[in-house]
Design a protein around this ligand. Sequence first.
Ligand code: SF4
Length: 335
Amino acid sequence: MGNSKGLQGQWQRTSIANVRVAFGTGVLLGLWRGQLTVAPTTAHFLTYYEGRCSANCKFCPQAREATADLRMLSRVIWPRFELEKVLTALKKNSNKFERVCIQAVNHPNVVDDLCGLVMCVRNACGLPISVSCQPLTKQDIERLVESGAERVSIALDAVTPELFEGIKGGSYTWQAHLEALEHARTIFSNRVSTHLIVGLGESEQDMVERIQLLHGRGIIIALFAFTPIAGTPLSGHPQPDVASYRRIQLARFLIVNNLSRAERMRFENERIVDFGVEQDVLRETIESGEPFRTSGCPGCNRPFYNESPRGPIYNYPKKLSSQDIVTIWSQLGVT
Ligand code: SF4
């Protein structure tokens, strides 16, 4: 590592001597053993911090007031591991991945930690690096680029200001998130994404209209299905209805590929009843299976991040089989 001395110094000031590694990533890196139904195509890391995130998102096991297991993010376990060992393993195994994603919990020095981790990963392999973090200042986003990040994601999670306030308020504001996405766009151009969670209480129409607005601003949209986690205030909240999730996936795909627009779609009781495209386009799009695969940065498949491999599957982590397409048709209830 060319500048390892400088990074060593940085490790002492910050907390990146350790990093959290998503379970499937650790298996592919050979850090531990485990069975994988589908291998992750992105290596996922999370900043390690001895304590909880300073924010308080109601769905998140890392949140300030959550009592959940700190090794969890969504339904995935992220054990702590020494960074040096992780980097050695990444050097040897980078050909197993298409991308690295570094996620952050909010804590003092988070930007230093993120920049340090990005530099270390960049020195260990040639994979493109995504950073998924809270809203940062323009200067801090510039630091991420200088460190070697290829793209950035700032998660809105909720799609209306009211839901956002109820679920992420106190620590974050809707306006600051939107502004941070705009700032990120000026720096990362078309390499900015956001995560949206389906099932937080929004309607299908809310979701589709937000997707259209964000797409219009050049933001890439990664869809997640709400996943209840023990020890969080939303632990008793249900996962979204699968049929509704399918309609939203289909609407997202049509919008981001400029095949339709929210204004061309029709809603009844805020539920999508017409996708605003000809029947043959709709049929071909569904038959391709593409709308139902994991969405977000290129090369990110997040296997079973929101669901058990036993199903129901919300985001398919690989190309759908013909049997999967039959299942999708029955879930959508369109013929
Ligand atoms: S879409 Fe995947 S790679 Fe991109 S920020 Fe989200 S989790 Fe990371």
